[in-house]
Design a protein around this ligand. Structure first.
Ligand code: PEP
Ligand code: MN
Length: 287
């Protein structure tokens, strides 16, 4: 019962379902446009760490050609221990992210995990991220929808396309039509190694196109969880027609406070930008 039926399209996801051939929505976040002729590259650290580093990373990704800046101030960490560098900055982190965005002219996206924080996060961010783990947190979806900002809706790693589009339908139903989908890997039984937690479902990109009019991007960082795999999957995402990527970039990746195994350094990110530009041109897009 995971397939999307004609009745689903009519009754359960009428607002996000594709109505006709070529039906496609664009979502604007400042100068960035998801679903337009250009792909959107969102880059930055997994977590906001401090003012100097946040600004340095923002400048580096801007120089390389990124269109938006990412950085988590509230992190859905797998384990409850928050000590040493594994501290998320919370509200002060949001201000640092906002400041780095302003300095570089890059719109910012950040995750909101708690219904009580939606208002505050919306004041600091240009786009609100719903993390994979919260894809089906319906009260959160409703609050985030009402905040009126564009939304990046990550796919839960156990969710079918039907479930994912159902979550997007909640956002539309509650008045927000600025929704961008983000594939970030799904789980399969063999993903027990810490370095192979998820499998990237690139096939879901054309599947989204078949059933929905929403833009869709891919996160090659949180899905592969392994630096070596990030660039190949990012290139693949652009090749299969994704509207962009969201990627972890850090000045010293192995020292990143959160997810040090997956971030790219400035040089690797710059090289990847060039490759994505070339691939984008092949599939009729710009970067
Ligand atoms: C993130 O983008 O920082 C993140 C935690 O992603 P996900 O929700 O996909 O795990
Ligand atoms: Mn992360």
């Amino acid at each position: 019962m995971k397939d999307i039926s004609a009745a689903d399209l009519e009754n359960n996801i009428p607002l996000v379902a594709r109505r006709h051939e070529g039906h496609a929505t664009t979502v604007r976040v400042g100068p960035a446009e998801f679903g337009g002729s250009g792909i959107v590259v969102i880059a930055g650290p997994c977590a906001v760490e401090n003012e100097e580093l946040m600004l340095d990373i923002a400048r580096a990704v801007k120089r390389a050609g990124a269109h938006m800046l990412r950085g988590g101030a509230f992190k859905p960490l797998t384990f409850p221990y928050r000590r040493g560098s594994m501290m998320e900055l919370g509200m002060p982190g949001l201000a640092l992210l906002q400041q780095a965005g302003k300095e570089t002219g890059l719109p910012v996206v950040t995750e909101v995990m708690d219904v009580r924080a939606v208002g505050a996060v919306a004041e600091h961010a240009d786009m609100l991220q719903i993390g994979a783990r919260n894809m089906s947190n319906f009260p959160l979806l409703i609050e985030v929808a009402k905040a009126g900002k564009p939304i990046l809706l990550k796919r839960h790693f156990g969710a079918s396309l039907r479930d994912w589009l159902g979550a997007a339908e909640y956002l539309y139903y509650h008045g927000n039509t600025q929704v961008v989908l983000c594939e970030r890997g799904v789980v399969a039984p063999h993903t027990h190694e810490v370095t192979s937690r998820f499998i990237v479902d690139l096939q879901v990109v054309p599947a989204v196109r078949e059933y929905s009019h929403l833009p869709v991007i891919v996160d090659p960082s949180h899905s592969t969880f392994k630096r070596k795999y990030v660039a190949p999957i990012a290139r693949g995402a652009i090749a299969v027609g994704a509207d962009g990527i969201i990627i972890d970039v850090h000045r010293e990746p192995e020292k990143a406070a959160v997810d040090p195994l997956q971030a790219l350094d400035y040089e690797a990110f710059g090289a990847l930008m060039g490759e994505m530009r070339a691939i984008a041109a092949v599939v009729g897009r710009t970067a």
